[in-house]
Design a binder for this molecule. Structure first.
Ligand SMILES: O=C(O)CCC(=O)C(=O)O
Ligand SMILES: [Fe+2]
Length: 473
């Protein structure tokens, strides 16, 4: 896939956001900035640059009360393309000016999640995509709310983490004060999904061919994905797993897990945990038999549908990605259920998840038997055994990546149906060969964008983001 040609940034009059230069940011970029050349157009071709206008922005101070009122006004009259509007909340951690994680104080920022779709009949973007709006008092409402797609999203004009790029913000609609509003932000995302070039203010017919090519490639990937999800939706065995908004039924989660969640204290959570390796590997009962039966039945139903399945990673030939068959909303909700435990066990990497990769691994004679030692492309991994009957298949652990004992065996965990084992993604591990029977596990890789700020936030993505994540062995 060709990449767009480099060009210089011309918008030196753009207003500056505080402290976003590399030197002040530990070499990392913040999700949006208005200042330096590299963050506002390093790889963006000339036609795009010319379309960017130099804006005079008003100085309207941040006011939390007004922001809350705008969210409620949106809730009271949701546009047809928006749904699943959450509540404003302060994120548990954010990336500080030096790239370190910090807990935000009274001054915010504030986050809001909701789903937005593009044009109704569009087979690639006419579906609800979960987005996060981040309101930072240095930027809102005079400049922008930072927008990030918090879901599987194939698009050429967002960065690797799903964050909008600078030209999107330059084209934001404004109210009669010249400021942003929540409703206008949501409308801008909808317009972006409908016509990204117009939203970047690139005149019709002026888009460089290279950009049109990458846009088309991503559109095709998105369309293929929704085509499988759509076709499978005609064949669901258990539609309750696919509901929108998603809902975890009480009878699906183990009573002791629900009890800990109700009490919500560190002691209550600790009471359900088994510390397999002190401070590093934990396990607990997560699912009931009823849920295990339901999920396994649905997975075998998908296998027998004959629909194409992307494989979860380069080391697994028989698994399926749950986010690719319509279960992304359910897994979003599962991640929320597990978040308090992540925060307790792994402060930092487990504190504020906003993305996931969730898949099934399957082992049986004649297919994959086990899994080589590796680390996961996750911040925190949850691994739940779904059954079936099997012997062997111990889960081996070594040290943390980078630690002196990285390659040294430290512990063997034995999977038990319904039980979940959790660890940092950088803890080296691998599965012994299955000796008999068949094993299915659900693997949830949790990601925090605060820990994964990409180094390029402005150039169009140059290829299809369809390659499965790989593991470092
Ligand atoms: O089979 C297992 O239990 C481990 C799977 C795993 O580590 C992975 O898929 O990343
Ligand atoms: Fe793994």
């Amino acid at each position: 896939m060709p990449s767009p040609s480099p060009a210089r940034d011309v918008d030196s009059n753009a207003p500056k956001r505080q402290k976003t230069e590399d030197s002040e940011n530990g070499g990392k970029k913040s999700e949006a900035s208005w200042d330096d050349g590299s963050s506002s157009g390093g790889d963006i071709p000339d036609a795009v640059q010319q379309a960017s206008t130099v804006q005079k922005l008003p100085s309207v101070p941040f006011c939390l009360q007004t922001l809350r009122a705008e969210v409620e006004e949106l809730r009271a009259a949701m546009p047809p393309y928006a749904s699943e509007l959450g509540e404003l909340f302060r994120p548990a951690v954010v990336c500080g000016d030096l790239g370190e994680l910090e807990e935000p104080g009274e001054e915010g920022p504030w986050d809001l999640t909701l789903c937005v779709r593009g044009a109704e009949e569009d087979p690639a973007y006419g579906f609800p995509f979960r987005i996060r709006l981040r309101f930072d008092r240095d930027l809102w409402p005079s400049k922008l709310a930072v927008v990030r797609f918090q879901c599987v999203f194939h698009h050429a004009l967002t960065d690797e983490s799903g964050a909008m790029l600078m030209p999107f913000y330059r084209g934001l609609p404004r109210d009669d004060r010249g400021a942003c509003t929540v409703r206008l932000m949501v409308q801008a995302v909808h317009q972006f999904l409908k016509d990204p070039l117009a939203s970047w203010r690139i005149p019709a017919g002026k888009a460089p061919e290279k950009i049109r090519d990458v846009l088309d490639a991503h559109r095709e990937a998105s369309q293929d994905r929704f085509s499988v999800i759509g076709r499978y939706s005609m064949q669901y065995r258990h539609p309750e797993l696919f509901e929108r908004p998603p809902r975890w039924r009480d009878e699906w989660l183990a009573p002791e897990f629900r009890q800990a969640r109700r009490e919500g204290t560190a002691e209550a959570w600790r009471a359900i945990l088994r510390e397999e390796l002190p401070g590093e590997v934990f396990s607990f009962v997560l699912f009931t038999d009823a849920f295990l039966e339901l999920l396994v039945d649905e997975i075998f139903n998908f296998y027998s549908s004959g629909l194409p399945a992307r494989r979860p990673n380069s080391m697994n030939n028989y698994g399926i990605i749950l986010n690719e068959i319509g279960l992304e909303p359910l897994i979003d909700a599962l991640q929320l259920e597990l978040q308090p435990l992540g925060r307790l066990l792994f402060p930092g990497p487990g504190s504020a998840w906003d993305g996931h990769h969730c898949f099934i691994v399957r082992y049986r004679g004649g297919e994959d038997l086990g899994l080589d030692m590796h680390t996961d492309d996750s911040d925190v991994t949850f691994n739940v055994c779904l059954g079936l009957e099997f012997t062997g298949a111990g889960l081996q652990f070594c040290g943390l990546m980078g630690a002196p004992n990285h390659r040294k065996h430290t512990y063997t965990y034995s999977h038990v149906r319904g039980r979940c084992v959790c660890h940092l993604g950088r803890k080296r591990h691998g599965a012994d060969n299955i000796a008999s029977g068949e094993r299915l596990n659900l693997i949830l890789w949790n990601h925090s964008s605060a820990l994964r700020i990409p180094t390029h936030t402005s150039s169009p993505t140059t290829g299809r983001r369809t390659a499965p994540p790989t593991k470092s062995v």
